[in-house]
Design a protein around this ligand. Sequence first.
Ligand SMILES: [Zn+2]
Length: 228
Amino acid sequence: MSALGQKDGLLGLGRTGPRQKPLKVLCLGAHSDDIEIGCGATLLRLARRRPRPEFRWVVLSAPGQRGHEAALGAKQFLGSAATDALRVHAFRDGFFPAQFAEIKDAFESLAREFRPDLVFTHARDDRHQDHRVVSDLTWNTFRNQLILEYEIPKWDGDLGRPNFYVPVSKATARRKTHGLLSVFGTQRAKDWFSEGTFLGLMRLRGIECRADDGHAEAFYARKITVRL
Ligand SMILES: [Zn+2]
């Protein structure tokens, strides 16, 4: 898989050509920093591709200042591709299991208006209750897409053994970290929300995939279909 990935991008999704349609990328996050933590470096790379991918950036809960941070985050990581990409919902932080039906309705309307090629979402074995609901509904809703589940370091200690890697340059890893620390002022007081956490995890994943520049983001790809 790594040879195919390096040559052709994300399993062929990255091929470029004059007649190629733009890649449609859906980013799902329960809270306003999840997408950036989980796949920010990968998105920095994808946003530079030509033809430029079409993004949809969905945050399920972002009350008050966090809604502002969600918009800043999308702009910081997607640049001009963030235009019209952001959708912020107002589900109650920490209570997603109790709002399952309403969140499922939101997923179903999303699937009617946007048909992605590639989906980034929370990992199935993430122990945060809101993250799990988003992961489950992703698989429930999107069945013809490549789904990559990202990882979020946290107190629960639920990081596992990912099986899909995106190597990134050290400069991109630093841009991700800088973006996180500059955008999410509401999170800076948390002891884990630090340069060391984000760079350290990317360095570790870089070791696991022998990344050229030493850094990578890692994902769980539970199902991969290759059309030859
Ligand atoms: Zn979260």
